[in-house]
Design a protein around this ligand. Structure first.
Ligand code: FDA
Length: 391
């Protein structure tokens, strides 16, 4: 072997949330670790996450908050390294945080605190960061893996792939992890944009006149066993807000998204005992809904004929309003990517490839995708620690 080849015990490719965590854990076990990334700066998604305050975990982190071809796969890693474990690190670095809503923990000040925590943990593990490592190619050989890159050649015993999904290409997202898996004969569940706004077209495009309106809704779609009660936001191109982002991870093109515009409330049936006309309808809608939305619904959803049956039908419609998105905002706007390395190829306790000893996949590149609310970072931490202890 030529002297110019840099030798490590472990090489981690991808200096995002999962890669930084894994490298630090392996380094602190005494492994000689290099962390390669094609970008110049580590953890760029961490810095923009949670509106700059990083929703770094969720205290209600349960396996049922994740989508995967195998819903059981994430259980081991999530049990091995929980939200409480990550909180111990947050306390160790005296990072002020708060629960915003629904168990979501955010930094009080800036996501930089989480990145600095990870960088400090990497330093404790003497991790060598190799930025600008473009054009990475990997080959398996008798002593592990040989990696060629714009920053030279490397050899390692264990190789960890933490290159994330396809979301936000302008922040350095690539399909590297998927291509590498395929190079080693592993299958990939088709990646799709998730936690992403949806687009409305045709007659539904008129809803975009309500851009800026936000209201609490319950959303569902035929391919989701679950529903979400969170805010919906109308945008200039369609629908967004936490409720829509959540359901977008399940939505399939051609399916409707059903929106209950007034969860747990009766809007029209109280009209049974009153005068029945447009003015009363407007008033009833305004009591429960934002004014612009109430106005719009009064125009498009007035019960025909005002009979009891028509009022009941109108009430049902408000609780089961079908939207038929014509698409999503795509990977450019998606917070995460569903799909990824098929978990059948990986050992759930270590993230090691079953048929390629020494090769590990962690974080978003794996076919495990969390709901909105800190679950995706928790998966990054948990899967990274599982691999970091095994490499
Ligand atoms: P991540 O994408 O973080 O890192 C991958 C790394 O691999 C990058 O550094 C990239 O440069 C590198 N890489 C890619 N291709 C490469 C190649 N070919 N060669 C070398 N390096 C390569 N989640 C959450 O739980 N709470 C939150 O608040 C948010 N907020 C949020 C906001 C926004 C705008 C986005 C886009 C996403 C979030 N998320 C989130 C999701 C969360 O950021 C995401 O799930 C994790 O960052 C995934 O971590 P990974 O380390 O797996 O990938």
């Amino acid at each position: 072997m030529s002297a110019s080849i840099q030798k490590y015990d472990v090489i981690v490719i991808g200096a995002g949330a999962a890669g930084l965590m894994c490298a630090s854990v392996a380094g602190q076990r005494g492994r000689h670790v290099a962390l390669l990334d094609h970008g110049g700066l580590p953890g760029r998604k961490i810095l923009i996450s949670g509106g700059g305050r990083c929703n770094f975990t969720n205290i209600h982190c349960e396996p049922n908050r994740f989508l995967s071809g195998n819903p059981h796969f994430a259980k081991s890693a999530l049990a091995l390294y929980t939200a409480s474990h990550f909180l111990e690190l947050v306390h160790k670095y005296n990072i002020p945080y708060h629960e915003k809503t629904l168990g979501q923990l955010f930094c009080d000040h800036s996501a930089h605190a989480i990145l600095n925590l990870l960088l400090a943990e990497c330093e404790r593990g003497k991790v060598e960061h190799v930025p600008d490592a473009h054009s990475i190619r990997v080959e398996k050989n008798s002593s592990g893996f040989r990696i060629a890159s714009a920053r030279g050649e490397f050899q390692c015993e264990s190789l960890v792939i933490a290159t994330g999904g396809l979301s936000i290409p302008k922040l350095g997202a690539t399909g590297f992890g998927y291509e590498l898996a395929q190079q080693f004969g592993m299958s990939v569940v088709a990646p799709r944009p998730a936690l992403v706004p949806v687009l409305l077209g045709g007659v539904e495009a008129e809803w975009t006149q309500l851009a800026g309106v936000s209201t609490l809704v319950r959303v569902s779609t035929p391919s989701a066993k679950t529903t979400f009660v969170e805010k919906l936001l109308v945008t200039h191109r369609g629908l967004s807000g936490p409720a829509i982002l959540q359901i977008s991870s399940y939505w399939q093109p051609g399916q409707p998204i059903h929106v209950d515009l007034a969860p747990e409330q009766s809007i029209l049936t109280p009209l049974f005992g009153t005068r029945r006309d447009g003015a009363i309808l407007r008033q009833a809608l305004r009591e429960h809904l934002p004014q612009r939305l109430a106005e719009h619904l009064a125009n498009v959803a007035a019960p025909a004929g005002w009979s009891n049956a028509a009022i009941e039908a109108g009430e049902r419609a408000l609780h089961h309003w079908p939207f038929n998105p014509v698409g999503t905002e795509g990977f450019a706007k998606a917070e995460v990517t569903t799909g990824g390395i098929d978990t059948r190829h990986l050992q759930a306790k270590t993230m090691e490839a079953r048929d390629i000893p020494g090769l590990f996949f962690i974080g978003e590149v794996v076919d495990v995708t969390g709901h909105l609310g800190g679950f995706n970072f928790q998966w990054a931490w948990s899967s990274a620690v599982a691999a970091g202890r095994a490499v």
